[in-house]
Design a protein around this ligand. Structure first.
Ligand code: PEP
Length: 259
């Protein structure tokens, strides 16, 4: 089964509306200049305030838009929160769920992540489920078990046909300049694929598994050359059009790769 190669940018709490527009003015021609983007899915997760203003330009450039978070309830007294229906109304088609910064700084538990993921699917949008271990968990030899727990909690019992992506982001590699070695990342991606086969056997082979954690133009090609690494989720290096475009240009596009 041929999966797309996904190049995803997470702008976190950077770039406002003017900055987002300026990014696209520079980035879109670079993307159009790639020799072959037929296998590439490019997506951006800007701040919520940019989703509606950037939706048309992203649509025209075949860039998918994702929210960085959502609330699982349809509506209610949840000051400062955003429902999936509200996100859908902006024109965004995807939502990041369980990003480690949400888990670390905003108390998103496995159960809350599970509720959000279901709300995204029920609302007709596509979740990108982020999983990953902390440094202490890796050093204690628990990395695979932690990732299994996060996957199982979020995905167990889902209907057989859903669209979603997984992002493996070791917490110690996010924003730190430290990347997992391609071997460590590759090994974890194989583990994740095996877990997907167990949890969602009917669709496991077609779900993209992205790697995230200090991906830069100079390490992107090696990371994406690994079997079962179907793309990258990029934070810091997605803020500059030139570096994000260079990462997109590093994606393997040759037929048969990642078959
Ligand atoms: C992220 O925010 O998902 C991320 C991977 O950040 P960075 O690339 O900056 O490590």
């Amino acid at each position: 089964m041929e999966r797309p190669i996904v190049i995803a940018g997470n702008w976190k709490m950077h770039l406002g509306i003017a900055g987002g527009r300026a990014f696209l003015d520079d980035f879109v021609p670079r993307l159009a200049g790639l020799p072959d983007r037929s296998r590439l899915t490019v997506l951006l997760a800007p701040n919520l305030t940019l989703l509606a203003p950037l939706a048309d330009a992203c649509g025209a450039a075949d860039i998918r838009l994702a929210a960085q978070n959502c609330h699982p309830a349809d509506a209610g007294a949840f000051t400062g929160e955003t429902s999936v229906a509200m996100i859908r109304e902006t024109g965004a088609g995807m939502v990041l769920v369980g990003h480690s910064e949400r888990r670390q700084f905003f108390g998103d538990t496995d159960d809350f992540v599970r509720d959000k993921l279901r709300a995204v699917l029920n609302g007709g949008l596509e979740p990108i489920l982020c999983v990953g271990e902390t440094l202490a968990e890796r050093e204690a030899g628990q990395a695979a078990a932690v990732v299994s727990r996060q996957l199982e909690s979020a995905l167990d019992g889902l209907p057989a046909a859903v669209d979603l992506m997984i992002a493996y982001e070791p917490v110690w590699a996010i924003g730190t300049g430290r990347t997992a070695t391609p071997d460590d990342a590759g090994e974890m991606h194989v583990h994740i694929r095996n877990e997907l086969c167990r949890l969602l056997p009917a669709i496991a082979a077609r779900l993209p598994i992205l790697y995230g954690g200090s991906v830069k133009p100079d390490n992107a090609a090696e990371i994406m050359s690994r079997e079962d690494i179907d793309g990258v989720l990029v934070g810091g290096a997605s803020l500059a059009p030139a570096s994000f475009a260079a990462i997109a240009a590093a994606a393997p596009v040759s037929p048969g790769h990642h078959a």
